[in-house]
Design a protein around this ligand. Structure first.
Ligand code: SAM
Length: 170
């Protein structure tokens, strides 16, 4: 099971980027996302994608991130540009355990670095939590996540030009 924990969400500033973190988590085969600040609108936006495009992805906002980190039964991965390069640490990640993948927004507190089992950098340049999460999950699932069938009401058929969307009969 893979859970994403988004820390530092500010509803007035981050609604778009946190929505994208959630959509990447879902599309790249994580099971759920936990977000520290309560934001029902954000929950509904992500759940409406789940409703239309399928899968069992779950969202919870307003969680106590410290409690989650301290009670996590599995390994904690913190994505940060200050961590060890993904190429150096990836093979050391314990397999077959639940993963909590932490992404921040602004400055991330020191205690997250301490409690994480792995602080992993997707390169050592500052970029984005969306990109970092996508690249980490793609490495983790070796690209297989891009072929998941989500069994949704809507299914997109890739085409050279145009848009083909198949709607499932109710
Ligand atoms: N200075 C911040 C810090 O303390 O890491 C960076 C803030 S950045 C806008 C927001 C989040 O994107 C970070 O908390 C981290 O999760 C992710 N991120 C940005 N660049 C990254 C990188 N090169 N590798 C891994 N994660 C990164």
């Amino acid at each position: 099971m893979i859970t994403v924990l988004r820390i530092g969400h500010r509803p007035y500033r981050d609604k778009r980027i946190t929505t994208h973190v959630g959509l990447v988590a879902r599309a790249f085969n994580a099971d759920n996302i936990l977000i520290d600040t309560k934001d029902e609108k954000l929950e509904n936006n992500i759940l409406s994608v789940v409703d239309r495009f399928g899968g069992t992805f779950q969202v919870e906002t307003g969680v106590n991130w410290r409690k989650i980190l301290h009670s996590w039964n599995g390994k904690i991965i913190h994505l940060t540009m200050y961590g060890e390069h993904i190429d150096e640490v990836f093979n050391k990640i314990t397999k077959g355990v639940d993963l909590l993948i932490v992404v921040g927004s602004e400055k991330v507190r020191r205690e997250i670095y301490e409690i994480a089992d792995y602080n992993i950098a997707i390169g050592h340049q500052p970029h984005s939590e969306v990109a970092a999460l996508a690249l980490f999950l793609d490495r983790y699932f070796k690209g297989s996540e891009l072929k998941i069938g989500f069994n949704g009401k809507l299914r997109i058929v890739g085409s050279q030009k145009g848009k083909i969307v198949i709607e499932k009969k109710a």
